[in-house]
Design a protein around this ligand. Structure first.
Ligand SMILES: [Zn+2]
Ligand SMILES: [Zn+2]
Length: 439
């Protein structure tokens, strides 16, 4: 591992001689020629053998080409639309086949239990156990420590309801507030009730109007035709994910403690290797088949965010997402300080400390050149908030292609303050969880 190049003392780029601004808080880089734009990448040692590296590079290039092609395609249409494509239909057929095979396995096992001989009945029990593992899981609708009720947070629910109404979708059944740098929206249980999860690490660094854009994007998922969120496919992905984890050789081998159980674990791992590979291939096929539709749906959710909060707010909300690393660094640093008793007063009492205000103040002082560097890194690494979203820099570029929109909902100061006051309990609970490493 090599260390990143030191900042040039004369403030001149060693590569192209352009003047560069040097700030001791951030790594020096050159916006003119991208010298040292991503020092971590240059110092990271390549992993795996030659073939593995080659295969990974080829897969990355193929993914990149597909994602860029989709960007060109979607940006050529003035208004993004959702809907299912051919690949999405094939994915649904595969998902249907997964569920049908579970039903067939369960039915066959019951038949064996009733009609089979002793060995047949043992097979029946094993079959039922596997069918139980593969059962469709729709999730539970339940309150947890991060949930907020309508009476606890009337203004936050009020804002969410307004955003949902503007987009013509159902209001949320539950809002959760967690410490994450992320937000999500999903439907759970047989009644498909909606749960909106807001991560404070992202919520706190956004301006009020950017928060409206964030909600607009999340509720946009209710009407953007994303096939991955359909109950059939979601349940199939969950079942396959469980099956993949259960049959993974590493997991099975880890279960063997004594010599006998180690031999049994080795036999089980060998027997389950083929099902494990088949599950991995099915999961990969479903991922590739729904990638285009899913990313198209994300661009549409960004469009809906702009419709609710304005194009400018949606764009700056997306620009804030590239600061994920900076947010992580602040939270880690403050946690380390807390672990060393840094927030205690002389009398040993815990000082009144607001982690989220500290985070917001820090992010507010990140200079333009560092924000630009983060954006360039996002483009170089094609990084996105998670594997289902298009790279953030392309989502930002898509905003520039679309017709600029005015805000349909504007968050005024009294409402912003009321929401912040409602969140005070959730804020301190989340801060405590981050600082004590209990999350
Ligand atoms: Zn340069
Ligand atoms: Zn999304």
């Amino acid at each position: 591992m090599t260390s990143s190049p030191a900042a040039p003392p004369d403030g001149i780029c060693p590569s192209c001689s352009a003047p560069i601004s040097v700030n001791p808080r951030f790594s020096a880089w050159c916006p003119a020629c991208d010298w040292n734009v991503d020092p971590l990448k240059e110092s990271a040692a390549p992993q795996g053998g030659r073939w593995q590296r080659k295969w990974r590079a080829r897969r990355r290039a193929a993914d990149r080409a597909a994602i860029e092609r989709l960007f060109t395609e979607v940006s050529a249409v003035p208004d993004a639309t959702g809907g299912r494509d051919g690949a999405g239909i094939i994915a649904m057929v595969i998902a249907g086949a997964v569920h049908l095979s579970t039903v067939a396995l369960a039915a066959g096992s019951v038949w064996l239990l009733i009609n089979g001989a002793f060995a047949g009945r043992i097979l029946g029990v094993m079959g039922l156990a596997i069918a139980f593992l593969l059962r469709p899981r729709l999730g539970w609708f339940r309150q947890d420590m991060w949930s907020l009720s309508r009476t606890e947070a009337p203004h936050l629910y009020g804002l969410a309801d307004r955003v949902a109404a503007e987009l013509g979708v159902a209001p949320p059944d539950l809002i959760r507030v967690t410490p994450d740098f992320n937000a999500s929206f999903g439907k759970v249980g047989l009644r498909r009730r909606s749960v909106l999860t807001i991560g404070l690490a992202v919520w706190e660094v956004l301006t009020p109007q950017e928060r409206v854009a964030l909600l607009g994007h999340e509720f946009g998922h209710s009407r953007n035709g994303d096939s991955r969120r359909g109950v059939l496919l979601q349940a199939a992905l969950e079942a396959l994910g469980h099956w993949y984890a259960m049959t993974h050789p590493r997991r099975i081998l880890a279960g063997g403690s004594g010599p006998l159980s180690t031999i049994a674990a080795m036999i089980a791992a060998a027997l389950l290797l083929v099902p494990n590979i088949l599950t991995a291939l099915t999961l990969f096929a479903l991922h590739r088949l729904t990638l285009r539709n899913g990313q198209r749906a994300e661009y549409l959710a960004d469009d809906l965010a702009a419709q609710v909060a304005s194009s400018a707010a949606a764009r700056s909300m997306l620009e804030a997402l590239v600061l994920a690393e900076s947010v992580k660094t602040v939270l880690q640093r403050q946690t380390a300080r807390h672990q060393m008793g840094g927030f205690q007063r002389a009398n040993g009492q815990e000082a009144d400390y607001d982690l989220w205000r500290e985070l917001r103040d820090h992010i507010a002082t990140v200079p333009e050149t560092e924000r630009l560097r983060r954006l360039r890194i996002s483009a170089l690494r094609m990084s996105s908030v998670d594997t289902t979203h298009p790279p953030t820099h392309l989502r930002i570029q898509m905003m520039a292609v679309r017709k600029p929109r005015q805000a349909a909902i504007t968050l005024r100061e009294p409402e912003t303050d009321a929401i912040t006051a409602e969140l005070s309990g959730a804020r301190s609970q989340a801060a405590q969880a981050v600082l004590t490493l209990s999350y």
